[in-house]
Design a protein around this ligand. Structure first.
Ligand SMILES: Nc1ncnc2c1ncn2[C@@H]1O[C@H](COP(=O)(O)OP(=O)(O)OP(=O)(O)O)[C@@H](O)[C@H]1O
Ligand SMILES: O=P(O)(O)OC[C@H]1O[C@H](OP(=O)(O)OP(=O)(O)O)[C@H](O)[C@@H]1O
Length: 320
């Protein structure tokens, strides 16, 4: 039996996790990173989308209580291949690991999730004489992203016309990549950078960016279970709603009709603002969605054009 055939694995023999009457048959399998940087954010997303489950201690598959879905907790790096091969119907993982596992043609990125944002960067010791990727070409590079780093340096080697024996040597390590230079194993590394704290703590600095990445919701490009498409669409819409609710606030204010045109330019809304007549002549109330990270600036600008009683409301959830 293929170890990746989750359906067979968990619906055969004595169940590893399910009550006697329950199997995974007919359920949508949804892969979630089992640990690491994306794990907590994924749990928050599931809660926001009202996907309810109880995960038994140490079990990596569990049934969703309120949908025909089972969650499969897997290493983030394995999720693109599970989804790409159609063994799992839906998944959350990093855009970087989709490309690293060469699954971009087999999976469809349904939704960017706005977390897990970081860059895959080429880094060298701050004290090194290597200042550019051209300087590093032909030397030793250690990384957990051997496919992406390999392609990146292969293009540079080609451009510099480096021949076999002089080309960049890419070596794979599974973790603690930042230690490679200090240990004398590498002249440079390729690894993920978010705040830069890990890089700086290791005495490294970035000289180039290979890729920008964030977490994405993915489904198989060639689904094995087409009857699940409506459920996939429903879940994707719910998750999009949770993401939008985190990204937007509702801004409400009162304004004289004389200044309305200027105010609408500041708060055009996602489609258009809602405008309601006030009991006071020539005054209206405006309600509009505004990006959360711009709301202080928007409020300042509204006041400048004559808006009064400017209020901001957080969204619990929404459908966009
Ligand atoms: N510092 C970071 N900031 C934001 N996102 C990150 C960061 N590091 C990794 N990621 C994203 O999370 C994905 C999984 O990386 P992570 O290092 O958490 O995986 P892991 O190896 O499964 O977990 P662990 O590091 O706990 O062993 C990466 O492919 C990337 O998309
Ligand atoms: O720029 P920063 O904010 O410091 O983040 C970068 C670090 O985050 C990731 O590792 P993580 O901490 O997830 O652990 P890992 O090394 O075990 O994968 C990545 O591999 C870097 O080491």
């Amino acid at each position: 039996m293929s170890m990746w055939d989750v359906h067979n694995l968990y619906s055969s023999t004595d169940n590893l996790l399910l009550a006697d009457s329950e199997t995974l048959d007919g359920r949508l399998l949804f892969a979630i990173p089992k640990k690491g940087r994306l794990y907590e954010k994924c749990l928050a997303l599931l809660a926001g989308a009202d996907i309810q489950f109880r995960r038994n201690n140490r079990l990596d598959v569990c049934l969703v209580l309120n949908h025909r879905i089972a969650l499969v907790f897997l290493p983030a790096a394995d999720i693109p291949s599970f989804v790409g091969k159609g063994d799992v119907d839906l998944g959350i993982t990093g855009h970087d690991v989709i490309l690293e596992s060469n699954m971009q043609d087999l999976v469809t990125e349904e939704l960017r999730l706005g977390f897990g944002k970081c860059s895959l960067q080429v880094q060298v010791p701050e004290c090194s004489s290597i200042k550019t990727v051209d300087d590093l070409a032909g030397k030793r590079v250690v990384t957990s992203f051997e496919v992406l780093a390999g392609k990146y340096f292969s293009e540079i080697d080609d451009r510099l016309q480096l021949v076999e024996g002089n080309r960049t040597q890419i070596e794979y390590v599974g973790g603690s990549v930042e230690a490679a230079c200090a240990l004398g194993l590498a002249d440079g590394i390729v690894d993920l950078v978010e705040s830069g704290d890990t890089m700086r703590a290791a005495g490294l600095h970035a000289i180039a960016t290979v890729l920008e990445t964030e977490a994405v919701l993915i489904r198989s490009s060639v689904p094995k279970h087409p009857h699940l498409t409506p459920l996939i669409t429903l879940i994707a819409r719910r998750i999009a709603g949770v993401i939008a609710a985190g990204k937007y606030v509702v801004c409400e204010y009162n304004i004289s009709r004389d200044n309305l045109a200027a105010a609408i330019i500041i708060t055009p809304g996602r489609r258009a603002p809602t405008i309601s007549r006030l009991e006071e002549e020539n005054w209206v109330a405006v309600s509009s969605m505004v990006e959360k990270n711009k709301c202080a600036q928007v409020m300042d600008e509204l006041v400048k054009v004559g808006a009064e009683d400017v209020l901001i409301f957080n969204l619990d959830n929404c459908r966009v």
